[in-house]
Design a protein around this ligand. Structure first.
Ligand SMILES: C[S@@+](CC[C@H](N)C(=O)[O-])C[C@H]1O[C@@H](n2cnc3c(N)ncnc32)[C@H](O)[C@@H]1O
Length: 326
């Protein structure tokens, strides 16, 4: 299973062990082995083969106008490389340029990055990014001086997209995507300076349990970044969709800002700041050649774009920061 540096998370385990949490490192290692062995969708070997076929030429990584650029244009036949990268469809978070090929992802994650970057101190920090997708933000954080970024995402396709990017990035880059979910944040282990949870809260059946699990692993005084769908109305309200929200099956609770602030206070966070509130537009989230399924334009009411297709307020997202008060 372990080809070259595929699924190489040793520095993460060492960080946890050095902080006195060898047993947690062992538990996470076991959960990762199980997730890989279980391979719920049965596609892992196909993605591993797609990654194996990627060129292994000169490794490099930089950010160009919000795009993560790895490898160089001369390293492969363009048509072949495009086909290989399409093996990892759908590409949701980005953009990337891989071996000279632009991957125009469903989301302009660079726009989200611009909303958080000025509100967080990344330099020399050890960072946890829960629900990190393919690790796009981890590269941005490394570029902003982070010491190590540990991403968690249970969806193996996104983990493999990250492993594909890593193959062309300089060896030893400290941006990791572990194939596990927030269920593994199950103990008091204050080992992260900054914890991000972006686009995850409304997917959890118990949002307060999610916030508590983030608090448990954050250093005292450490910074939390929460990015979530909100209902952009006054008061302490929460929307629980009756079924789907914007065609998503797994949306449970969408709070107003005041309700989210209360959740954060009750959980043990202080110095709560609202950094940004932005309605999601069809320029930011849309189908592309690299994500050919339906996207936001299909999720809105065609006659009333202020509403989702189910009649709920259309997606508005907020970024909040807070400090671990205890
Ligand atoms: C809406 S995406 C957000 C991705 C990225 N953080 C961003 O802001 O663009 C939600 C991500 O959370 C992941 N996810 C779902 N359940 C999770 C869980 N229990 N723990 C951690 N991540 C989870 C999904 O696989 C998906 O990649």
């Amino acid at each position: 299973m372990q080809a070259d540096d595929l699924f190489c998370f040793q520095p993460v385990y060492e960080h946890l062990a050095a902080a006195g949490h060898q047993d947690w490192a062992d538990e996470i290692r076991g959960a990762i082995e199980s997730a890989i062995a279980l391979d719920q969708h049965g596609n892992l070997s196909q993605w591993m083969e797609a990654r194996r076929q990627l060129p292994s030429g000169p490794k490099s990584l930089h950010v160009d106008d919000g795009r993560i650029v790895v490898g160089s244009a001369v390293m492969a036949d363009t048509d072949v490389l495009r086909e290989q990268l399409m093996g990892f469809h759908p590409w949701r978070k980005g953009p990337f340029r891989v071996g000279g090929i632009d991957i125009d992802t469903e989301w302009r994650s660079d726009w989200k990055w611009n909303r958080i970057a000025d509100h967080v101190e990344f330099r020399d920090r050890v960072i946890l990014d829960v629900g990190c997708g393919n690790g796009y933000f981890g590269w941005r954080m490394l570029e902003s001086g982070a010491r190590m970024v540990v991403g968690l995402d249970p969806f193996l396709l996104y983990v493999m997209q990250h492993e594909a990017i890593r193959k062309l990035a300089p060896a030893g880059a400290a941006n990791y995507v572990l194939p596990v979910g927030d269920q593994l944040l199950n103990r008091e282990a204050r080992v992260f300076d900054v914890v991000l949870s972006m686009g995850v809260l409304y997917h959890r059946t118990s949002p307060v349990d999610h916030l508590q699990s983030l608090l448990k692993v954050l250093q005292r005084g450490g910074q939390l970044v929460i990015e979530t769908l909100i209902i952009d109305e006054p008061g302490q309200q929460v929307l629980m969709p009756e079924g789907r929200y914007a065609k998503m099956r797994n949306v449970w609770f969408i709070p107003t800002l005041e309700m989210l602030t209360l959740w954060l206070q009750r959980t043990g966070f202080s110095r709560i700041e609202v950094c940004d509130v932005t309605p999601t537009t069809t320029d930011e989230q849309r189908s592309t050649d690299w994500m050919t399924f339906e996207s936001l334009p299909n999720f809105l009411d065609p006659d009333q774009s202020s509403r989702t297709i189910e009649g709920y307020p259309r997606p508005v997202r907020a970024v909040l920061t807070a400090r671990a008060a205890r």
